[in-house]
Design a protein around this ligand. Structure first.
Ligand code: MD3
Ligand code: FE
Length: 203
């Protein structure tokens, strides 16, 4: 089930297939404490993807730009810890993709209703550019776009299905990528939505 996608990037097809319901339960727990929000792009437009966070930071986007906001040292945090089943899955996936030392401190939850999409972008707000990103797709399938290190580089598309994991590191870590508008459908566990989790070393 291991597919090489690009140098440093590997798809682990169905890696979480037997744990989709367990993942759904863990995500519901996070969202009760940290509800989904539609962030705005730095240009002021609302994003069609809603987000929440867990771990030692929260991802924030507004008119000041994109950034990670740390968990406050004192008082209640807005962001719950990464649930243990999610953390274990991320560690196992990183190991399977030959990144045995990867330990994420943050997980971004992206929630797509049909029609939601993510424009072509790079993930470059994380402190350690050598750490990979582990991504888990759940719910409705999505057509994922990825290109090269320049926005103008040719892009390829790949379908990602519920339970698929992709690990992005090495020369692929700064590749441009995005998600085409999600088509409507019904997933047996997630219904009319797609959820993507990205585990990162953010701080
Ligand atoms: C390729 N999320 O949250 S995950 C994001 O499906 C994001 O919600 C997408 O891009 C989603 O930033 C894609 C796959 C992914 C994550 C990080 C990458 C692909 C990547 C970093 C570098 C190259
Ligand atoms: Fe991204």
């Amino acid at each position: 089930y291991r597919e090489a996608l690009a140098p440093g990037a590997v798809i682990l097809r169905n890696f979480a297939r037997d744990r989709v319901e367990e993942m759904a339960e863990a995500i519901r727990g996070v969202l009760r404490r940290a509800p989904l929000k539609a962030m705005h792009t730095p240009g002021g437009l609302p994003m069609t993807v809603k987000t929440s966070s867990c771990g030692n930071a929260g991802w924030v986007s507004d008119e000041h730009g994109y950034r990670y906001a740390r968990v406050r040292a004192h008082g209640a945090s807005e962001w719950p810890p990464i649930p243990e089943p999610l953390m274990q899955l991320a560690l196992a996936a990183a190991r399977a993709a030959d990144y045995p030392d990867f330990v994420p401190d943050f997980c971004l939850i992206n929630y797509y209703r049909p029609g939601a999409k993510l424009g072509l972008h790079q993930d470059k707000d994380e402190r350690d550019p050598n750490a990979p990103i582990v991504s888990l797709s759940l719910g409705l399938p999505a057509e994922f776009l990825f290109g090269g290190n320049e926005r103008s580089d040719k892009t390829r598309t790949v379908w990602l299905y519920s339970g698929d994991v992709v690990v992005w590191g090495g020369p692929s870590r700064m590749a441009f990528h995005g998600v085409k508008p999600v088509a409507d459908g019904i997933d047996p566990v997630f219904g009319h939505c797609r959820v993507n989790l990205t585990f990162r070393k953010a701080l």
